[in-house]
Design a protein around this ligand. Sequence first.
Ligand SMILES: [Zn+2]
Length: 423
Amino acid sequence: MRRGANLPWVGDYNQAVVLEGIRRHPGTSRTELAAASGLTLQTVSNIVRRLLDRELVQEGGVPARLRGAGKPRTALSVRPGQALAVGVQFEREHVDAVLLDLAGDVLDSCREQLSDGPATSLHPSPVHATRAVRSLVDGSGNAAAVLGVGVAVPGPLDFTGPVRSSAINLPGWRGVAIADLLAASTGLPVLVENDATAAVGDLWRSPLVGRSFLHLHVGAGIGGGLVVRDEVLRGESGNAGEVGHLVVDPAGPVCTCGAAGCLEAVAAPTAVVRRYVERVGAPRARRAGLVLAEHTVLDDHDRLELLAREGDAAAEAELERAAAALARAVLGVVNVVDVSEVVLGGGGLRRTGERVREAVRRGLAVAMTREVHPVQVRLGEAGELAGALGAASAVLHEALSSTWVGVHGPAREVVISPVAPVH
Ligand SMILES: [Zn+2]
């Protein structure tokens, strides 16, 4: 399923397979690419010639440690700066944007603070996002290499026509045609994804294939991306992965979605900060260093972790309640989908990440598959930029990647397989 707004496609399927092989294996040779892909050496050589002409790959340029000893060969690597993408992520407090290159490295990033909250950040005019995109594109030194803009917004989204947001998470955005608005204001193709997109970033930058994992994103809200055997699980309408709306406490508070006791209503930073204030009162919370403005929720949440470490029992209790709820939800997802990794990310975990990781790890001691395979729990390397990075990766992925074929057995080193394109 391609949802790119006219993203440029670099070539045919076999070309994507070869480019993917070179990208994931810097230093590989034509002979190795042919052996791994099943394409003839002549076909691989022709494709590599085209990629060299388009300056997407180069001969040499491979670090000595990756070159290996022995047989003489011409090592191939991508030219990272020749294909770039911007990723944008909307949070309640700010808009983050990153500039990503073909090698998966973040070249630049910027943040636009939202003074009025998200309701005014995109609609009627996407001023903040446009400014962030323009500053990264202008600063790239190679605007022509920017393939497009990926945007991560809280779901659910309506992908049936021009991508529109739903009112459930962001009341001011009902029916806003996000991609069209931003494409018009930036002049670039725009691809819109929900929070699941953070998982795409993890996928794009991974040297492994055949992975199955949950990417849990804790920002101001909570979302998730599910990947099964390298395929992002989309669901009927592209909205799978709303982990934040798993009910973890039926007696809990009513959620924005209308249900009671959703994970987001119990464990999102907003909920944790609110409960802490209810416990100790606003004056004491302020004296403890909390600011208690809508746009400081993540900072206040960070502050609670510091207070807990200093012995504040109320902060400790509320953070542990949230961590336990997150662990309960993750256990449910792991049991239903059978993943072998849980990646935790987002600004809501920048201070509490280790606490949550430990709670999730403990919770998974009773996972149904525990005697079949371990489930690793780790903090994502992209941290709070995971959504923006994933959105940028999604652009590169849509424009340049082959679709992975199913792999059986544990995640392992990449095997490049030519199959018919599904696009
Ligand atoms: Zn809910």
